[in-house]
Design a protein around this ligand. Structure first.
Ligand SMILES: *Cc1c(COP(=O)(O)O)cnc(C)c1O
Length: 464
């Protein structure tokens, strides 16, 4: 057939859409079908005009439209499978919510809630009341509030307590976290002036003391969450800094970042300070993330002495950084587990993934290998290997988490090509490549995802 004939024989957008609507039932809206039909027909027309070969096989156009419908009916933000072993992967949404937190969110989404009403008095209440008592009880602080994330928490603290004045920070703590959070920049944006003291590797209490002037509003200690300086180093403890602050009547703020609420020393995680240690050490205000090692929703938590918390609460910026009811619901349920569960390390997914034993990981890897072998045994080389996972989210930079992973190498095609296809399909699977093999680190894979991984692999490999 020549070009003109082919073009003339193409169905109209409407005819094609009606045909597909009739054969696909209620799965897709007619508007979406029309949009996809138009796109497919346009691209075919362009191809034909360019002289590309055109397959006239029966049903070929409808199949193309259905493929497009499948892709376009997905939400842009969707579930993926994390086989990277990075627990708090910021690009993959950081902490997973536990079952109780998921239920709490679902519950308040389907109905109205007492977000800001005190049901005892019938009067207006505070949305923070649902978590404030839990936070003070767990951490030992006098007061608490919650904002959108920890970057916002730090910004709000600085703006409320140090705008137009000086904040003293050690040069070893002028960190950048996750690209866009940089201590000097957030300080400048808040309207406070940075006064750097000490050196990259050593800062002493006397350095802070010498820098104190009439203009000093805060002494700020920043946890170097995502890196450590080793070797010839010295740093001022929160206890020492707090006694210096008391001596001069200057509040001490600690940005802890990670929000570690339980010590995991018994699991070999030793290089992370807990929030309780900071409060007990005398910090006047402490801030941390809700979705790092705390294992809850994205949030920035500020705790500390009542008089400072009250000033921060009244700052107009607090209203602009206000958290949503979903955050409060998830955070409340997550925090309750720290108090009421026998073992929060089992119920909180982040803590569970951090502390899961080598034996359990090996068993899990064997389970995944078996599932893969029975589906793909003849198509790939599959083994299990010891490897390392990461906490991620800029936490525990020096903690090596030994893990087990399934290593897979396709007989046909490359591991690189396959790992890309796994990422682009539905559901997307994200995995690492090492020595030309794809590694599936079972630390961050849920057992309910094993079969999906096998099916996706089979689908992609058999298409090769
Ligand atoms: C992660 C981190 C932040 C930023 O917290 P977000 O919740 O990601 O906004 C700030 N300070 C420190 C020390 C951190 O580790």
């Amino acid at each position: 057939m020549n070009k003109e004939n082919i073009l003339r024989n193409l169905p109209s957008v409407n005819d094609l859409a009606v045909e597909i609507k009739n054969s696909s039932g209620d799965e897709y809206s007619f508007n979406l079908i029309v949009e996809c039909s138009r796109e497919v027909l346009n691209s075919i027309r362009q191809d034909v005009r360019k002289g590309k070969e055109f397959l006239t096989a029966e049903g070929f156009i409808a199949e193309k439209v259905k493929d497009l419908l499948k892709r376009k009916s997905l939400n842009s933000l969707r579930r993926v499978i994390n086989a990277t072993g990075i627990i708090l992967h910021t690009n993959l949404g950081r902490a997973l919510l536990g079952e109780k937190a998921q239920n709490a969110v679902r519950d308040i989404l389907y109905g109205y809630s007492n977000l800001e009403v005190n049901l005892e008095t019938g009067k207006r209440g505070s949305r923070y009341s649902h978590v404030e008592g839990l936070l003070t009880r767990i951490t030992g602080a006098e007061g608490a509030l919650v904002v959108n994330n920890n970057a916002a928490a730090v910004f709000l603290i600085l703006q409320a307590l140090a705008r137009g004045k000086e904040v003293i920070v050690s040069r070893g703590q002028l960190v950048e976290i996750g690209g866009s959070f940089r201590v000097p920049e957030i300080l400048a944006a808040s309207g406070a002036r940075l006064v750097e003291v000490g050196t990259t590797n050593k800062t002493r209490a006397a350095d802070y003391e010498r820098a104190i002037t009439e203009e000093t509003a805060l002494l700020l200690k920043v946890h170097t969450s995502n890196y450590r300086i080793l070797g010839f180093t010295e740093d001022v403890s929160i206890e020492e800094l707090s006694s210096l602050g008391s001596k001069y009547g200057i509040p001490v703020v600690e940005d802890l970042g990670s929000g570690f609420l339980v010590s995991l020393k018994q699991f070999g995680i030793t290089d992370e300070p807990t929030v309780q240690e900071s409060v007990a050490g005398g910090a006047d205000i402490v801030s941390f993330s809700g979705d790092k090692l705390l294992g809850g929703p994205q949030a920035g938590i500020i705790i500390g002495k009542e008089k400072y918390i009250n000033i921060i609460k009244k700052n107009p910026l607090n209203r602009a950084l206000r958290v949503d009811k979903m955050t409060i619901a998830a955070l409340e349920a997550t925090l309750r587990e720290y108090i009421y569960e026998e073992n929060v390390v089992d119920t909180n997914p982040t803590l569970r993934m951090l502390t899961i034993s080598q034996e359990a990981l090996k068993l899990k890897a064997e389970g995944l290998m078996e599932a893969m072998n029975s589906k793909l045994g003849s198509l790939t080389e599959i083994s299990i290997i010891e490897n390392y996972s990461e906490a991620g989210g800029g936490s525990l930079p020096t903690t090596r988490l030994s893990t087990w992973a399934v290593a897979l190498k396709p007989y046909k095609g490359s591991a690189n090509g396959l790992v890309e296809k796994l990422r682009m399909g539905v559901p997307a699977i994200l995995a690492r490549i090492e020595d030309d093999r794809i590694l599936f680190d079972v630390r961050t894979i849920q057992e309910s995802e094993f079969n999906i991984i096998c099916s996706r692999l089979f689908e992609e490999i058999s298409r090769e």
